[in-house]
Design a protein around this ligand. Structure first.
Ligand SMILES: Nc1nc2c(ncn2[C@@H]2O[C@H](COP(=O)(O)OP(=O)(O)OP(=O)(O)O)[C@@H](O)[C@H]2O)c(=O)[nH]1
Ligand SMILES: [Mg+2]
Ligand SMILES: [Zn+2]
Length: 352
């Protein structure tokens, strides 16, 4: 096996998906950058820009190559022919109409959910990221930056652990390379980590500190409202000099969930457990009689904020999942009409 590709995370999970002919004729590569329609991949002889086959361009968004994907190039090595099955996929409901799933980062082992020890940190945002993470199949670690700018960093860690008791939390100053041992411990030579979180929390700063050199540009947050300036504008995968792969993801304004029903049950397992005691099995925990969840809020054992967050994500998920299903059904219907027309044309051709 080519060692350059192994250093980029190639293993038997991907190799076993290739046929003998593909092993011989086509080049394997990992997607390192996606900028609109421009895609860069790492192959055994280095990085190159490639395009997509028309089939992939026209296919559903979720199936199109994203950063971290393992792909097969054509024999000319300028086009992506096929995207290999993913080991994990971090995705969201696409911004805007939201009737498609947008893949964000593929084949990720660990997700660093990056948040700062200031007003940017919100339990409900963390719950949203955790749901997407559980659904993706990658392991979540919360990285709390800017611990050097406050006396109360531990309070932020405690708030995070009230969301998920066993969530690993790393409190850091992302600018101080000498104090990143806790974060380093999550990095291993061939594993892939994705950095996700709001703009300005320090994702690129952390990447640069771990690399010991500037890999991605960083920029001060805005003075007036402390928000980030959306400095990173496209997703890219980097290899750290001492091994380990990192995907820097731009801060996303909108991170809507879809397809996360099971993940929500995991992230909100306390509420799901309480719900077993509700009188009605389809209780919405709004105003139904005999609601064990509402009772827990009333006796102070469940935070009303957490219930509100759970209900909001459930609603959003149900709506997005329904819209996506509708679009898919529509597309299938359309595909059938096209097939039918082709068939008619072919058969008419035979008669003539
Ligand atoms: N003091 C301090 N400053 C930090 C820390 N982490 C990041 N910063 C600063 O925060 C600002 C934003 O950091 P970036 O790394 O550009 O943020 P980002 O998350 O990559 O933002 P986008 O690319 O917009 O998504 C920079 O000025 C960093 O120097 C930290 O732990 N401590
Ligand atoms: Mg950045
Ligand atoms: Zn209930």
């Amino acid at each position: 096996m080519n060692s350059q590709l192994q250093d980029f995370g190639l293993d038997s999970f991907f190799l076993q998906q290739l046929s003998v002919e593909e092993m011989e004729g086509n080049a394997l590569a990992r997607v390192t950058e996606v900028q609109r329609s421009v895609i860069s991949v790492m192959c055994e002889d280095g990085e190159r820009g490639v395009s997509l086959t028309t089939k992939l361009q026209r296919g559903v968004l979720e199936a199109r190559p994203t950063v971290g994907d393992w792909v097969l190039l054509n024999t000319n090595r300028d086009t992506i022919d096929r995207v290999l099955d993913r080991r994990s996929l971090f995705k969201r409901a696409a911004a805007g109409k939201g009737d498609e799933i947008q893949p964000i980062a593929a084949n990720v082992d660990t997700v660093f959910i990056v948040s700062s020890c200031n007003d940017e940190f919100k339990e409900s945002r963390l719950e949203r990221y955790l749901a997407l993470c559980h659904e993706s199949g990658a392991f979540p670690v919360l990285v709390l930056t800017k611990a050097d700018l406050t006396e109360t960093a531990q309070d932020f860690a405690a708030r995070a652990q009230s969301v998920q008791r066993d969530l690993p939390v790393e409190l850091i100053n992302a600018k101080d390379r000498s104090a990143l041992d806790g974060v380093q411990a999550w990095i291993s030579p061939r594993a892939t980590i994705a950095l996700v979180g709001s703009s300005g929390v320090g994702k690129s700063t952390l990447l640069n500190a771990l690399a010991g050199e500037t890999m991605a540009a960083t920029q001060d947050i805005r003075e007036q409202d402390k928000k980030g300036r959306h400095t990173t504008t496209h997703r890219a995968l980097y290899r750290l000099p001492d091994g380990g792969l990192m995907i820097d993801v731009p801060g996303m304004r909108e991170l809507r969930v879809a397809d996360v029903e099971e993940a929500l049950a995991e992230v909100f397992d306390d509420i799901e457990e309480l719900a077993l005691g509700c009188k009605f099995s389809d209780c919405k925990h709004d105003s139904e009689p005999g609601c064990a969840v509402k009772a827990a809020v009333e006796n102070g054992s469940l935070d009303p904020r957490r219930l509100a967050s759970y209900q909001k994500l459930r609603r959003e998920n149900a709506q997005a999942t329904a819209t996506i299903a509708e679009r898919r059904a529509h597309e299938r219907g359309f595909a059938r009409v096209v097939e039918q027309a082709k068939w008619v044309k072919r058969n008419k051709g035979l008669d003539e």
